[in-house]
Design a protein around this ligand. Sequence first.
Ligand SMILES: Nc1nc2c(ncn2[C@@H]2O[C@H](COP(=O)(O)OP(=O)(O)OP(=O)(O)O)[C@@H](O)[C@H]2O)c(=O)[nH]1
Ligand SMILES: [Mg+2]
Length: 298
Amino acid sequence: MTGVGKSTFIRNLTEDDDVKIGAGLNSCTKDVKTAKMVHRAADGQSYDVYLVDTPGFDDTELSDSDILSTLANWLSLQHERALKLSGLIYLHRITDDRMTGSAVRNLIMMRNLCGEENMQNVVLVTTRWETVVAEENEHGGLLAPGGFWHGMIQQGATYTQYNGTTEAATAIIDRLIHQAPIYLAIQQELSQGKSINETAAGQAVFTEMEKKALELQLAEEELRREAERMAEQAARSAELLAEEGRRQEELLAAAQREAEAMQRIQEEERQKLQESIAAMEAQVSQRRRSRSPDCVVM
Ligand SMILES: Nc1nc2c(ncn2[C@@H]2O[C@H](COP(=O)(O)OP(=O)(O)OP(=O)(O)O)[C@@H](O)[C@H]2O)c(=O)[nH]1
Ligand SMILES: [Mg+2]
């Protein structure tokens, strides 16, 4: 959810000034941003931990489907890089003592995004305890049977209260660091070729109108790709035809050259024949002139 303190939590741990914290009423984080910390675990080992700051649902400017698209695109990219997540931290202001429609929708979306089988990698955190009188608050409404978080905790999610200190945030990281890393359900769905609105998270977030608009957009894209394929095919055919034309022209030219050569040879032979005939005729008439007469009459 927007404004619950995601960026503050990450800034607390990483001290990274690039992680912007909201001031005022408007939502702040618009894109996915990673910040690094070195975590010294309870077992003494050091870990490079990357904390991923995300925009929150119920943003003042962006729609939930825009936010989901941003998250899905980032997650999809990490899946392509074979980069798994150690965990997911879900912050909830304890001061929000009523679950609004959008808060419930957001929770369902988060469950679907993650997948029931990955709940052991989820930490559900209530924040802002300093601003409420503990006895007045009923977080049992979240945790007790029938509560909004009960099912997730049954499936393996952990619950903790966060008092805003770096130590408390570090303890949350320490729990997640020892979990086997996972791909979220939405990452698997997207890698199987589903579009965002077909994923379980998308089903929870996209309104019917948005689903229709997205379907239309997908259909348009498919049509455009088909038109491109056809144009490519036509260009290929034209190229093949032109090549065939060129080949035919070359064959014709070669045949013409051959015919001309044949004609030249015939011409030369005829010439030679005429010359030898003329030579033979000359010889004959020469012989005739030089022969002694057969009979002389006086
Ligand atoms: N009292 C109190 N205020 C907090 C706490 N954490 C954050 N805030 C304040 O809540 C406001 C929003 O905090 P952010 O960390 O920007 O919240 P966000 O969840 O990142 O919000 P978006 O990026 O807009 O979705 C800021 O004014 C913070 O100073 C907390 O634990 N207690
Ligand atoms: Mg933020």
